[in-house]
Design a protein around this ligand. Structure first.
Ligand code: NAD
Length: 446
């Protein structure tokens, strides 16, 4: 199939964490990019120069692309549209669409399917459809069927960026994975990344699709393993930080994802572990390992709630109804404003169900976002969460929490106890004047 390489003229569909980062970075690499999203308010915001996704360096790249503040609006390489018809001239379209979990635990690919269907009649001859959304095995072939165009190839190009590091990860990724049956289409996608220094893995579409799920499920297993070890430490008198420090020095294991926490969450790991489990089941394979990681994650929530009950009442089964509890951190991890599937909110919901009155602070969730967090009264000063509290629970690993004056928090609380689910306050032996500390995985001081 003869193609010409579209060095410019790229459409990006979806202006969320992945799409907006992709669009801004591709413009930065020198491409002309039209970013499309059905959310008209988001497009209006972007056109007005307001960047709705909080990621380090993203504002600057969007302004650089659109020309805002760069005195070259006439030469803008990046534009935004709510209309898919605006992508009609694009030789390459990159899908960055949501694939949330459906009621059965499978990825809901309706957005990807419907956009592929709409693009079928819009794309110019020899165009390439690139999918960055995390989609089930077989989706690249399915997109080709939906396109129904022998001259248009679909390519799987899974995205591995981390929220909080999105721009950095896009421009300096550990690898770029290109899964294509069509060699020319694969080369065109590779050229899209000219200027990015990273190993390119050219592979078949199914391996590319599967690799994304394989990575996320592996990380979830590693986190659940750490959380279970942390529970074991509490029972047998060890300290998870020490165990993890020793494990991390083995480079076959690696240091990342060895910190205990209130459970893993976010918009990817829960849906991607479930998707792998279900893909395995359909193929006649029981991914018991992944199912166990999901089960351990649910148990971790119970363990944190039990620790909070103990902090408030002195007993693991004590009643917390009517008690005021302060929460530090609400996002699913530090470095992002994203609340989707946040374990901190799962803890909050569990405590609220038991009748606790919750006050919360998060540097990325100001009180103006109150409607996003029903169970928690938001405040804009971390010290306020301690006022009259029967316990303070630290739920997100924001580094600034380590810098708080914990003696002030202890003095403001009714009961100066903090449940540190993230190990932010350092090794349990470190002095924290004015407060008592209950740290996950600390079997030495329980
Ligand atoms: N967020 C991450 O850290 C991350 C990392 C790697 C991969 N992914 C995957 O990338 C995909 C996108 O994730 P995200 O976090 O960027 O999602 P997101 O929810 O932040 O953004 C998705 C955007 O798509 C828009 N949209 C929905 N339907 C549309 C349609 N039919 N046409 C045009 N626009 C539409 C939404 O309005 C939204 O702005 C998912 O499959 C996700 O699993 C996410």
């Amino acid at each position: 199939m003869a193609r010409h390489a579209p060095a410019t003229g790229i459409g990006v569909v979806g202006a969320g964490y992945v799409g907006l980062t992709t669009a801004a970075c591709l413009a930065h690499l020198g491409h002309d990019v039209v970013c499309m999203d059905t959310d008209r308010s988001k497009i209006a915001q972007l056109r007005a120069g307001d960047v709705p996704v909080r990621e380090p360096g993203l504002d600057e790249l969007v302004y650089e692309g659109t020309g805002v503040g760069h005195q070259r609006a006439g030469a803008a390489r990046l534009s935004f549209t709510p209309d898919i018809e605006s992508l009609a001239g694009c030789g390459m379209v990159v899908l960055c669409l949501p694939t949330p979990m459906d009621d059965y635990g499978d990825p809901d690919t309706s957005a990807v399917d419907s956009v592929a269907h709409q693009l079928a009649s819009l794309l110019p001859a020899n165009a390439v459809l690139v999918n960055k959304s995390t989609v089930p095995v077989g989706s690249t072939h399915r997109a080709e069927r939906l396109l129904g165009r022998s001259d248009v190839a679909a390519v799987s190009n899974p995205e591995f960026l981390r929220e909080g590091h999105a721009v950095e990860d896009f421009l300096r990724p550990a690898r770029i994975v290109i899964g294509a049956s069509d060699v020319e289409a694969s080369a065109i996608v590779e050229r899209m990344y000219d200027g990015v220094d990273a190993p390119i893995v050219r592979t078949d579409p199914v391996s590319a699709e599967l690799a994304k799920y394989a990575c996320n499920a592996f990380l979830a297993v590693k986190l659940s393993y750490t959380n279970l070890l942390s529970a074991l430490c509490e029972q047998v008198g060890g300290e998870i930080g020490e165990v993890a420090r020793i494990m991390a020095l083995d480079d076959r294991i690696g240091a990342a994802f060895l910190r205990p926490g209130p459970g893993w969450g976010g918009s990817c790991l829960p849906k991607d572990t479930m998707a792998l489990l279900r893909t395995g089941r359909r193929a006649g394979l029981d991914f018991g390992l992944v199912r166990a990681a999901i089960d351990v994650n649910a148990q971790q929530l119970d363990r944190v709630v039990r620790d909070v009950r103990r902090a408030v009442t002195g007993e693991e089964s004590g009643r917390i109804a009517g008690h005021r509890i302060g929460l530090l951190g609400l996002t699913f991890k530090a470095g992002t404003a994203d609340l989707r599937d946040s374990p901190a909110l799962a803890v909050a919901a569990a405590l609220a169900r038991e009748g606790a009155a919750l006050t919360g602070y998060d540097p990325e969730v100001p009180s103006e976002r109150q409607q996003a967090v029903a169970e928690v009264r938001l405040v804009d000063d971390p010290y306020q969460v301690a006022k009259g509290a029967s316990a303070v629970v630290l739920l997100t690993e924001w580094p600034e929490f380590a810098e708080l004056d914990w003696s002030v928090i202890g003095a403001a609380a009714n009961n100066p106890v903090v449940v540190d689910t993230r190990g932010v306050l350092g090794h349990p032996d470190t002095e924290q004047p004015g407060i008592e500390r209950i740290a996950l995985g600390d079997g030495m001081h329980r």
